[in-house]
Design a protein around this ligand. Sequence first.
Ligand code: ADP
Length: 496
Amino acid sequence: MNIVFAASECVPFSKTGGLADVAGALSQALAGLGHNVSVYLPKYKQTGIADGKVLLRSVTVPFDDQYRFCSVIDGGRRSGVQFYFIDYPPFFNRDTLYGTPAGDYPDNAERFALYSRAVLEASKILGPPEIFHCHDWQSALVPVLLRTSYADDPVFRNAATVFTIHNMGYQGIFPPDTLPLLMLPWDLFSLDKMEFWGKVNFLKGALIFSDHITVVSRRYAQEVQTAEYGFGLDGVLRKRSGTVTGILNGVDYNEWNPEKDRLIVRQYSAENLPGKKECKYDLLRQFGIENAKNAELPVIGMITRFAAQKGVDLIAEIADDLARLPLILTVLGSGDKVYQDLFIKLGRAHPGKFAVKVAYDNGLAHKIEAGADMFLMPSRYEPSGLNQMYSLRYGTVPIVRATGGLDDSVDPWDPATGKGSGFKFIPYSGAVLLSTITEALRAFQDKPNWTKMMVNGMKKDFSWTASAKEYVKIYEKLAPPKHAPPVEKVVEFSRA
Ligand code: ADP
């Protein structure tokens, strides 16, 4: 099957979060199952391909006041997946992907409309697929355009669309005059299409016009249909509940595996755990707090986007209590300035207890996964979450709020049966978080049981193949799509 992925980020070319990991690993897993997958990405400053061959010199994208002309660059094949880059430096050659710590870029609607139209125009020439698999609001206009402006295009008559929600919190909401600016039909500005409280909502458009919707965990698929987690689009999703499927993200174990991770100081496995101790010491060294006493304290790791979603305010709420407990918290994060400042302040207030680095640093992320004893994700909501699954493989016991993919992937530890892989709490409250951390610290004292819990987690398998097969089932239902003309009856003539 021919599949086009439209995603705004993808490892190893560009990344701000889990979407990039998923686009990279899922496309590879699908190629591994024998499908022909092309991934279209914007070419950002950080993309890091200098000498790609220009395949299409000029793709025309209309805006109301001017035409813009982008080009398409060959990103080559990697692990069976073909990459294409939409190159338009005025929009994409910037230091960051979507905005600065102060806020989103003001022209994000134009940027990702250009990207989405370019994906359609380029794929007409480079190979129209049976399935357009689009990810998050940045590619939401692909299904909208396919069923509106491009509805009569014979090239796309058999193309079906799958849309994956990686995070309902980011919808692409813009003023109404965005529609004429982007040359989109004005009748999209109605409640049953893209209108959302007087504005235009890209994600809503995708949820209305896609043939199938997927959400990145089963639990989150239920949650987004409730007012608490739906960010105002729960009603739209409830209406489409028959075409909403939850599929948990997988892990790229080539990248995240302590047995062969080259970014950590010592490789280790469930059968050979002492290497993890060396990783712990190395982690303490990264933060300049290595000594024999600290090496005995439980180290709790966090790697996070600094955003309200991630529950960072809960940590701030209980910071003083945490500082009194026998533990060290190592935090790596980047994102909203308010949270960056808050964590820098916590680090200064409790030196040696809260070790904070504000940065985006993949190498240090690996060192935290390997070196920490526990991993903290107190998310307000978490569509899938990847770090808790990485943590399980690294024997770093997750402490999570029971929401979305965190709930689906972490089993609560039960000392009576020796089953379970982590600690979960439900109410979004600092007090409950604190008591869950205290419970984990108590369990940490019982070394044989703690090791059992680590090993339980390390043996869990979240590899992509199983999830990729679930996506293929959806693709196969859609292709040949319902828009295909009815098959004509074949009349058999006898040769006699
Ligand atoms: P989200 O996509 O909401 O940010 P996920 O848990 O799904 O959350 O994925 C986060 C991914 O981004 C993980 O691969 C994680 O290691 C990485 N990551 C997040 N913040 C940082 C950071 N400051 N430095 C390095 N990697 C980070």
